[in-house]
Design a binder for this molecule. Sequence first.
Ligand code: FES
Length: 117
Amino acid sequence: MAQWQALGPEDMLSEGAMQRIDLDATAILLCKVRGVYYATQEHCPHLRVHLANGKLNGQVVTCPGHGSQFDVTTGACVAWVEGLPGIVRQAALAVAKPRDLTTYPTRLQDGQVWVLA
Ligand code: FES
């Protein structure tokens, strides 16, 4: 059952930064976008590469594996396996349909960042 968990102080991330955080039951990707913390699953839904090793540009994280992109504010997939070349990408699309990231609610309380996960 999901429960609120404190992650760290309110200023734990600078603007535009992201960090993998391992919780008991799951790993999350915590991002700070326009002053707001967002939490999603940390593993890419394509082949489970660590999104924390990718790049966060605005509110879009790019997977270092094969270039899929996700909006961390909603979890929505905005590009799927864009980093694969032509026919390889077509094959990847045939076997793995685009998937969104699981998102987790966050809040600030008592000077801490909290996540419901
Ligand atoms: S593992 Fe992320 S796009 Fe393939």
